[in-house]
Design a protein around this ligand. Structure first.
Ligand code: PLP
Length: 405
């Protein structure tokens, strides 16, 4: 059997990273995580922490490639989890740091084990607080409640808007007034709100106003306020000075520690997905280029969000002479990444490189249609290093009994 590559030298020093990756022999499809860019994002986040005293956690739902946690822990205060497994991962792989967890509802059989990993436990509702709060307090945990200020600051992307009418995430002021009592309030160390998605600090400013109007009196009694994720802090046009002002305002007005738990901002633009053209299918005016990656399996957010991922040296349809519809090899008609234009015609076997592929990809992919999982590599200086070695067993192992050895 041919031995798998584990390390590759990148040639073309001085050229930009996408070009160097495209010129390498890395097997496709694969994800590549750019350690240098993670550090750059980390430095931006650390500067906010240093300037304001806030504490920034990695939301693992966006990025949980734990081989890179030793890099991130230089800049971050810890991890945020959505349940037992992520909490365990954060605890195991960033053991010296804080481990927070929020779940819309905890699973009773798992709660004792969760207490072994998490130090901050955020509940979604007064009933969850009543059910699990006493055990969390007894175990010496910091206890919080997620509030929902019902303040919508985004248009579209309803699937990502926790403040949409009738939503299930967080306790509204009305629910608070109807269901919270002194005993429940006495258990609380902090409040949590998460309302943003890929937004600038002006949206946080609007949200904070709504939070303070509704919950300001309670905030004075808390030790910490967690302002959730969705802050696109490491994006070039993000207003970080306003963010700092808002953090300091909350810190000083209520005498609390402020937490942020971004996912995207931690690994924004810190990854690639390298793929290859397998074939072309012409249908009327459309030329489909079939790739060895799938939107449905390998970048589900492209269909779910939906969004158009940046493609190195790819342009808007019609902007350059050759336009193709890029799609996956699965049987799903809608397994389409988008229409992209190129300076020169594409050829079978040609490599393409999607950018900004570290977030909501490797932690969200699947093996629908029996699609293999793309391996994950890390770009470290002039080298790329393989982290995973996915095989048929990773597809099969999720579907039924294990074959006897
Ligand atoms: C509770 C909570 N915290 C943090 C995040 C991370 O958000 P983002 O990756 O947009 O920063 C999310 C995302 O859904 C979330 O639901």
């Amino acid at each position: 059997m041919k031995e798998k590559l584990t390390h590759l030298k990148l040639s073309g020093a001085g050229a930009n990273m996408p070009r160097r990756i495209l010129c390498s022999d890395v097997p496709t499809p694969c994800y590549l995580i750019d350690e240098a860019k993670l550090r750059e994002n980390g430095r931006v986040l650390k500067e906010i922490e240093d300037a304001t005293g806030c504490r920034i956690l990695l939301a693992q739902k966006a990025f949980s490639n734990y081989d890179l946690y030793p890099v991130l822990e230089e800049y971050l205060a810890g991890t945020e989890a959505s349940g037992l497994f992520e909490a365990r991962l954060g605890h195991e792989k960033m053991p010296a740091k804080e481990c927070h967890v929020f779940s819309a509802a905890y699973i009773p059989e798992q709660f004792d084990e969760l207490l072994e990993y998490a130090d901050h436990i955020v509940f979604n509702s007064p009933s969850q607080l009543r059910m699990f709060g006493p055990a969390a307090k007894k175990a010496g945990k910091e206890v919080g409640l997620r509030i929902n200020p019902l303040c919508q600051t985004q248009e579209g992307h309803e699937i990502y808007d926790p403040c949409a009418p009738g939503g299930r995430l967080g306790t509204t002021k009305q629910a608070w007034d109807e269901q919270m009592d002194d005993a429940l309030i006495a258990m609380l160390d902090g409040l949590h709100f998460h309302t943003l998605c890929e937004q600038n600090s002006d949206a946080l400013e609007i949200t904070l106003r709504a939070v303070e109007e509704q919950f300001g009196d309670i905030m004075h009694k808390m030790r910490w306020i967690n302002m959730g994720g969705g802050h696109h802090i490491t994006r070039a046009d993000y207003d970080r000075e306003l963010l700092k002002k808002l953090i300091c305002h909350v810190r000083d007005t209520y005498g609390v520690t402020v937490y942020l738990e971004p996912g995207e901002a931690v690994a924004l633009n810190a990854g690639y997905l390298c793929t290859r053209v397998l074939d072309f299918v012409k249908n009327g005016d459309v030329v489909n280029a079939i790739l060895d990656m799938s939107a449905a399996c390998h970048t589900p957010d492209v269909l779910e969000m939906p969004y158009r991922p940046p493609l190195y040296e790819g342009f808007e349809a019609g902007e350059k002479p050759y336009t193709y519809r890029l799609g996956g090899p699965t049987c799903l008609s809608g397994d389409i990444i988008g229409d992209y234009a190129f300076e020169r015609p594409l050829g079978a076997g040609q490599r393409l490189l999607f950018e900004d592929m570290a977030i909501y990809t490797t932690c969200k992919n699947n093996t629908f249609n029996g699609m293999p999982l793309p391996d994950i590599w890390v770009v470290k200086g002039d080298e790329i290093v393989r982290l995973t070695d996915f095989t048929y067993e990773d597809f099969k192992g999720r579907l039924g009994t294990k074959d006897p050895d």
